[in-house]
Design a protein around this ligand. Structure first.
Ligand SMILES: C[S@@+](CC[C@H](N)C(=O)[O-])C[C@H]1O[C@@H](n2cnc3c(N)ncnc32)[C@H](O)[C@@H]1O
Length: 189
């Protein structure tokens, strides 16, 4: 099976540049496929640097016969460099890191710098969505102020459930252990 590397990805060759949605660290692609099936007008790009999981994701996309989902192997930070400013509709980061200890927090994906980058790539009203099953990770993320990101949930910084929101593999697992995940959304304004 052909698995496309991020180095071979070209924004210019995308068939639809209007509604681009990224799933960064897509794992085996369960969420990617569910979202692509639900929103056929959007184009979903899932990326993961693990060969085995991106292979599984690629197979899932193929099996579902989806024409609006692309899988890529590689570092998602490299993928972000492929897009012009103001070009993305949504960016999902779902259960990205194993860096739970406070002393390892600098290695986590969702940092101030990362958010600034995502902010610049989103269109106006574009959405950044972050989910973690680790409360302290969410706390460090929400304590940063990023550009003109607006919180769509009045009075709360995150929520535990979103009606009708498809689950990823890790969201399923997290609900099995401590019973909840934390979702944060920010809208570019
Ligand atoms: C805990 S899994 C979650 C997978 C999926 N999002 C889910 O919720 O089921 C995190 C995934 O992110 C990938 N990942 C972490 N950092 C990455 C990076 N910088 N570039 C590409 N993939 C990354 C890992 O290989 C792993 O498959």
């Amino acid at each position: 099976m052909n698995i496309q590397n991020v180095e071979d990805f070209s924004y210019e060759n995308l068939p639809n540049k209007k509604n681009i949605v990224l799933d960064l660290g897509c794992g085996k692609g369960l969420f990617l496929v569910r979202m692509a099936q639900r929103y056929p007008e959007d184009i979903f790009i899932g990326i993961d640097y693990s060969q085995s999981v991106i292979k599984a994701a690629t197979q899932k996309v193929k099996k579902a016969k989806l024409t609006n989902a692309i899988t890529l192997k590689g570092d998602f930070l490299k993928l972000l460099d492929c897009f012009p400013e103001g070009s993305l509709k949504k960016v999902y980061v779902i259960c990205p890191d194993p860096w739970f200890k406070n002393k390892h927090r600098k290695r986590r994906t969702v940092t101030y710098k990362f958010m600034e980058k995502v902010y610049s790539l989103l269109k106006n009203n574009g959405v950044f969505h972050f989910t973690t099953d680790f409360g302290p990770y969410m706390l460090t993320v929400i304590n940063e102020q990023y550009g003109n990101f607006k919180n769509p949930y009045p009075g709360v910084s995150w929520i535990h459930t979103i009606a009708n929101h498809p689950f990823s593999t890790y969201m399923d697992k997290s609900l099995g252990s401590d019973g909840r995940v934390y979702h944060m959304r920010r809208i570019k304004s």
